[in-house]
Design a protein around this ligand. Sequence first.
Ligand code: NAD
Length: 288
Amino acid sequence: MRIAVVGGGTMGVGIAHRFAANGASVAVVDVDLATAESAVRRVADTLRTASERGKLDAGELDQAINRVHAVGSVDELEGGLDLIVETVIEDAALKRTILVAAESRDPRILASNTSSISINELADGLVAPDRFAGMHFFNPVWAINLVEVIRGEATSTDTLAAVAAIVKFLEMEQAVINDAPGFATSRLGVLVGVEAIRMVEEGVASPQDIDRAMSLGYRHPMGPLMLGDLVGLDVRLNIASHLATVYGDRFEPPELLRSMVAAGRLGKKSGVGFYDWTSGSPLPIKES
Ligand code: NAD
């Protein structure tokens, strides 16, 4: 299988890793060749770490690393790839421009890893929207085995079958969702996340107690507040704001979320969110 990933950030690196580890040849495109090369180095690092942890056969490490290469722009991609996955920042206009350019390279399947933008909206401008679908991966892609497959109005059954085969090739599982803002995972995950933040705001319980309740009571692998810290509270705020415009007040971001993001308390990536991550592990915040 030969694929390309457009956008070599957190998700692009993870998607490239997963395809390369499973035997695909992967081109990584970013804003320029140097940025794409830096993403390729990060893919090699994550593959090495996977090998050290016994998740990838030592004998396959060099081959997997050698399967990934950098390309400076979408226009330089080889024609007729099996798949091009767009995974640039969550900006509909940018994504549409990239998808149109990617389609002109005539891939068998074109996909977007958007976490919240409508697939029908992204398909606008494509010549063959029947060959386009959402393939929503989860971070870290090498560890989470779900692809949320989004079926747009024009996505054909042949495309869905080809996507299902790609998911199988990756040794992952799919959930097929009709295009609706937030799909299934962002819509449910963000709703629980914003309600948990409202509960902290109202003094119902501490973040630790809310998270403990959900992880032990409902067997969630982690509570909604810790998950928000890992995803990034700015990312949560963006998605909640977008979904509030579609579904109304139930997604309205709580004031506490807005003020934390405005203060730079974004979660793990900034060191502090609902937990203190400065030691590398989540610790309760000691309010001064
Ligand atoms: P990121 O900011 O880490 O990476 C985005 C990358 O896109 C960067 O490397 C950037 O240089 C590149 N880029 C920007 N403009 C470009 C252009 N014109 N051409 C080529 N590359 C360009 O973002 P991310 O967290 O990897 O998210 C990417 C997408 O995946 C978004 O749509 C996001 O909503 C979605 N997503 C994110 C997560 C997550 O947990 N981070 C999970 C699922 C889906």
